[in-house]
Design a protein around this ligand. Structure first.
Ligand code: 26Y
Length: 813
């Protein structure tokens, strides 16, 4: 384990300050102090980082188009176990560590669940000593910054590199890689073989920026390698003699610069609706090609036979965005290594595995063949050949044309990326038990029936080090006081907390900590939004992307209903509640933006109505992201997980909230099902349609939102509020939402689940008044959250997918 004494640290800090900025510490800004601290930490870990990268065992490469890392300083200090000495050392230099922790930018290089999961996976791979590295894109602009103007979402570019650099990264120009776009393919005779010549292509340089990923209290330091796109201005020993010939004009040079740099300029802010934009396809090929070339380059240095690649390398495709890993690896094995198709295919499929994250049709990537053909001519040829061979297989095995259509890789002039992933990998997994079951039984049924052995479930998780130890230190300390600290490396030990479920003083202690966290959050809300919230009220939290299927609308309509009830009957029995929302909408998703405006407008009305505002407060935090989540989650009493059943693949905020002692209010969707199984029916509040009911409605119809609206007084009352001016200044937005519910028959069953949801909320109201029972439920949630650590998830991936059949697997059994 690396260590550093306080004395040595102070010396290093001062020396670094001089060499970087040539100024005394007292003149430095917080950003400068932070950059110096990051450099000192990087110096401390440098040797271990290099050593981790010397190939030993099989390595895992996790390809993901987004990584939502969050701030790194605090978690790095925690994992290195040097927080105390650094804090003391800084104090003696007149510096507060917390000021530097807060000065760090939060890199928003992801949209939501998928990107954050990838970040938690990196943490767990390093902490389990797996040589597992991430490959992604170093976007110049991450997810937009959200501002509210008159209640509307306004997007501002996220300029996370405005300080000039990201202090944790190390750029490695000597490891840059050329990625080739467009051009033509020529087959030339070379002795008795045909050789592939790619001519007139546009070379784009992929520049690697490495971020260290530090394992918890061990010596493993893995790498997240993010690629930045640049013009190819230098020759790093890569043959680019067939590249396109530019005339050398100023215009040409500018056009080329734009072409190259545009690729990693901005993260697509969409996490549900596939749009088929050319730039997105460029991004996908850019980082997969760079990554695969990098892996092969490293492998070649070991001088081992390329046919043994699968023994040394596992490549994981996170959703379909990195699908092009498959044809790219084939290209290298065929064109550069000269293997036969059969040999190359065997190596490729044995090396690559794939995770599916959604069953929603509109999020499924299907790229027009013309687009792929022009942008990636050689890759397209390979996809075509994969498809041709697969069709032969299908024709041989099945007669059912419909079924075959469904399974083809190239279909209706599109390349179906999920189908390519399924055919080109040895493992396909869903992200929660219900999700995997739906994949097998519904969405991917034909593929499952064809090759059942390829399918498996890996229920998601969360990095408990960030989401409990680092963000809720008081709770973490209480747990350690009660059951010792073994739970930090084995979260199933949290179960030992159950023995305190009848211990009043422990339950009170838990309550005090929650209260303390709520006071912190209340102060933050007061200072930031100038809204007073009562820490004694129930903190009811829904934090996730804004999407119709996640049903923030159900939540706010129920709040409106409560409001009416309170106005009609001021003695209405209700514990004070603070409803907290955090959500970004994709900029082009009009309905989602209307819902944001609606929530803000209702908040405005209720928060300013003295008749009720002792009882209800609504806070919609601006610019929700990892850092805000770390503040909100420890303070939550209730976690809202209210998606339309079948639609949420897993969810992960449900796990974070549970682990911090919030009670889950949920439909039996995604991983909520497994939370329910862990805590039992006494410790979760369920409501809503079952998965089967939703599937049946979708298949056979039978639901009329209009009938329900007409027959239910309370439902009618809140739906009418959308269009009758009761909530001011939202005529067109209200109409849009109204239409989605009534005219288009409520696709996500908001009204259908409304009554049941409101009963569940009433139940919570009662339960919270029995404080000891509530605290017991909270304790039971923490005690049973252990299986949702990504340490569990990652060891399952390791055992069943990445190291299956390998010697090293013994570690994970
Ligand atoms: C193709 C493009 C529009 C796209 C970009 C990002 C499509 C999807 C995404 C991201 C999807 C995502 O975040 N999915 C979520 O993944 C989580 C981790 O598995 C799940 O917990 C969550 O249920 C799922 O919605």
């Amino acid at each position: 384990m690396v260590t550093i004494s306080k004395k040595k640290f102070k010396q290093s800090f001062e020396t670094k300050m001089y060499s970087l900025y040539a100024q005394p510490i007292k003149d430095a800004t917080n950003e400068q102090l932070l950059s110096v601290l990051c450099c000192v930490i990087k110096d401390i870990i440098a040797k271990r980082w290099i050593e981790t990268n010397i190939d030993k065992e099989k390595e895992v490469y996790y390809f993901c188009i987004e990584f939502l890392l969050g701030r790194q300083l605090k978690s790095n200090l925690l994992n290195l176990d040097i927080e105390d000495s650094i804090r003391d050392g800084l104090k003696e230099l007149g510096i507060e560590l917390d000021d530097l922790i807060n000065a760090e930018t939060d890199p928003a290089l992801g949209n939501g669940g998928l990107g954050r999961l990838a970040a938690c996976f990196l943490d767990s791979m390093a902490s389990l000593k797996i040589n597992g590295h991430g490959y992604g894109i170093r976007y110049q602009n991450g997810l937009f910054e959200q501002k509210f103007v008159n209640g509307y979402q306004v997007e501002v570019p996220d300029n996370w590199l405005s300080q000039g650099a990201y202090f944790w990264e190390t750029v490695r120009p000597n490891k840059a890689i050329v990625v080739k776009f467009e051009g033509e393919i020529e087959l030339v005779k070379d002795n008795d073989r045909l050789k592939v010549k790619h001519k007139n292509y546009i070379p784009v340089m992929a520049m690697p920026y490495d971020i260290p990923i530090i394992g918890y209290h061990n010596d493993t330091i893995n790498t997240l390698r993010l690629w930045k796109s640049e013009i190819q201005s230098r020759d790093f020993g890569q043959n680019t003699s067939n590249a396109k010939n530019y005339s050398g004009s100023y215009e040409d040079a500018l056009a080329y610069k734009y072409y190259a740099e545009e690729i990693s300029q901005v993260l697509y802010p969409n996490d549900s609706n596939y749009a088929g934009r050319l730039l997105r396809l460029k991004q996908e090929y850019f980082f997969t090609s760079a990554g695969i070339q990098d892996i092969i380059r490293k492998y070649r240095r070991t001088k081992q036979d390329i046919k043994s690649l699968q023994n040394k390398v596992a490549i994981h495709i996170n959703d379909t965005h990195p699908t092009l890993c498959i044809p790219e690896l084939m290209r290298i094995l065929l064109d550069e290594e000269g293997l036969s198709w059969e040999e190359a295919w065997k190596i490729t499929t044995n090396t690559i595995s794939y995770t599916n994250h959604t069953i929603m049709a509109e999020a499924m990537e299907k790229w027009p063949i013309d687009m792929i053909k022009t942008l990636l001519p050689r890759i397209y040829m390979i996809i075509e050949e994969i498809n041709r061979r697969y069709n032969l297989y299908l024709d041989d095995k099945y007669n059912d044309e419909n079924k075959k259509q469904h399974m083809r890789i190239i279909n209706w002039d599109n390349v179906n990326m999920a189908n390519l992933c399924i055919v080109g990998s040895h493992s396909i997994n869903g992200v929660a038990a219900l999700h995997t079951k739906l994949l097998k039984k519904e969405v991917l049924r034909d593929f499952y029936e064809d090759k059942p052995e390829k399918f498996n479930n890996k229920t998601n998780g969360i990095a408990h080090r960030r989401w409990l130890m680092s963000s809720n230190p008081e709770l973490s300390d209480l747990i350690t006081d009660l059951i010792g600290d073994k739970w930090k490396k084995d979260t199933t030990r949290l179960k030992d907390l159950e023995k305190y479920k009848l211990n009043t003083s422990v339950l009170n202690r838990l309550d005090e900590i929650k209260h303390h966290n709520k006071e912190h959050l209340a102060d933050f809300i007061n200072n930031t939004y100038n809204v007073q919230v009562n820490p004694n009220s129930i903190f009811d939290v829904q934090i996730k992307r804004l999407h119709a299927y996640k049903r923030q609308l159900l939540n706010i309509l129920n709040i409106l209903d409560l409001y009416h009830e309170l106005l009609e009957n001021p003695n209405f029995d209700m514990q004070p509640r603070t409803f907290i929302f955090g959500a970004k909408a994709a900029p082009g998703y009009y309905l989602a933006k209307c819902i944001i405006k609606f929530i803000n407008s209702v908040a405005d009305k209720i928060n300013n109505d003295p008749r009720v505002n002792e009882k209800i407060k609504i806070i919609f935090v601006e610019n929700y992201g990892v850092s805000l989540a770390e503040k909100i989650i420890p303070a939550a009493n209730i976690g809202e997980q209210i998606s339309t059943t079948t639609k949420e693949a897993s969810g992960t905020s449900n796990m974070k909230l549970m682990m911090n002692g919030a009670i889950t209010l949920a439909t039996l969707d995604g991983a909520n099902v497994e939370i329910f199984e862990q805590v039992g029916e006494d410790n979760i509040i369920l409501f809503g349609l079952s998965a089967q009911q939703v599937l049946d409605y979708n298949k056979y119809g039978g639901y009329s939102a209009l009938d329900l609206y007409q027959s239910n007084r309370r439902i009618k009352r809140v739906v009418d509020d959308l269009i009758n001016g009761f909530i001011p200044n939202m005529d067109s937005e209200g109409r849009e939402i109204y239409n989605s519910l009534i005219t288009y028959n409520d696709e996500y069953f908001v009204l259908r689940d409304m009554e049941n949801y409101s009963e569940a909320q009433a139940k919570i109201n009662k339960l919270y008044q029995r404080k000891e029972q509530w605290n017991r439920m909270s304790l039971m949630n923490i005690a049973n959250s252990g299986i949702f650590s990504t340490d569990r998830t990652i060891s399952e991936y390791a055992k069943d997918i990445w190291f299956k059949g390998c010697e090293i697997n013994e570690k994970y059994i």
